[in-house]
Design a protein around this ligand. Structure first.
Ligand code: AHR
Length: 335
């Protein structure tokens, strides 16, 4: 080829190099540089995030499902998760939050075991620039101390349980109530919502109400006490969760009575154990409370670290389940 023909090609190539520069970095780094407009930040992905989750413990089937949802979702998305089990103690959850702050995680998720006593540690997180997401339970703190709450309307769950109870007990009802963990948001709200509806039905009375701490063992013990105190007078039970209802069913049977018939039972959660009890005719209804909050939690966490707006409350969608179709529905239930 003649020099006169080659020269324009050489000059063209040299001009092109002068424009793009001699970038020796790998293509991915160059591409990232290209999306980072000066003055703006590159968006974080799930794989960039370190998230702390200060779980309450393992008091119920519901809680076990909640833990599994958080852990499985973190693994699927590639989020680095630091998980702590507070063994039902607020002081342990507070310690876990402090340790997450010291480790400089990007976001902290917490289902507060009780409503009060969180302000100091939430302020510490805020001062460290670490957002708090309330998962499952609310805390009684000013709104600027958490970014969002993901979870149920516990008052509505209590109202729904009462609506079902009113239908089940056509005439006079002597109801005993198994309350959840004292001072917790679901116990406070399910207690309140139930009474809101029941006040219009004076023939349906709550004759006793005590805490079973959301566990099967305590549900059984407290039901035994109710039966000793009130005997055959009891014809209805409202349990703030399925585990306590399942414990109470054992106490009712041990007393020679038929749960679901002699004593009508309504509880909350809709876990597998409740469906099994309904199929066996021992539980009359369960009001759903969804524990599968992992996907929403990490979605909100990613938005928050990227400075995107999130709603102050992401409410769960929930139903009510009855024995008539429990057998068909159980295989489709995820928890
Ligand atoms: O906060 C949700 C409640 O906590 C569930 O209803 C109960 O089963 C759990 O322990």
């Amino acid at each position: 080829m003649k020099i006169s023909r080659v020269l324009p090609l050489v000059v063209g190539a040299a001009m092109l190099l002068a424009v793009v520069g001699c970038d020796q970095r790998p293509p991915a780094a160059s591409a990232q540089q290209a999306t980072a407009v000066p003055g703006t930040q590159v968006k974080k992905t799930y794989q960039d995030m370190v998230v702390g989750y200060a779980q309450i413990g393992a008091e119920s089937e519901w809680r076990t499902a909640n833990t599994a949802s958080v852990k499985e979702t973190a693994q699927q998305l590639g989020v680095e998760l630091k998980f702590s089990d507070g063994q039902q103690k607020q002081e342990n959850q507070i310690k876990a939050i402090r340790s997450f702050i010291a480790q400089k995680v990007d976001v902290i998720g917490v289902p507060p075991v009780v409503e009060t006593g969180w302000e100091t540690v939430f302020i510490e997180a805020k001062d460290a620039g670490i957002p708090i997401i309330l998962v499952d339970r609310r805390a009684a703190v000013p709104e600027d101390l958490y970014v969002t709450y993901l979870g149920s309307d516990f008052i509505e769950e209590g109202r729904n349980a009462a609506r079902v109870m009113v239908q089940l007990m056509n005439g006079k009802a002597n109801i005993v109530e198994l309350v959840g963990t004292i001072g917790s948001a679901p116990a406070n709200d399910r207690y309140k919502g139930f009474r809101e509806i029941l006040k219009d039905y004076p023939d349906r009375k709550i004759i006793d109400s005590q805490s079973g701490d959301f566990t099967r063992a305590r549900g059984r013990e407290v039901m035994e006490t109710f039966l000793k105190t009130h005997g055959n007078k009891i014809n209805a039970l409202y349990a703030h969760n399925d585990d306590m209802a399942i414990g109470a069913i054992l106490a009712i049977e041990a007393a020679g009575l038929k749960p679901g018939k002699d004593i009508k039972i309504v509880s909350v959660d809709a876990v597998h154990g409740a469906f099994e009890a309904m199929i066996a005719g021992k539980l009359n209804a369960t009001v759903e409370c969804n524990p599968l909050l992992g996907p929403q939690f990490f979605e909100m966490a990613l938005k928050v670290v990227n400075g995107e707006p999130v709603p102050k409350w992401v409410p769960s969608k929930e139903g009510i389940y009855y024995p008539n179709n429990a057998k068909d529905i159980l295989p489709m239930r995820k928890y």
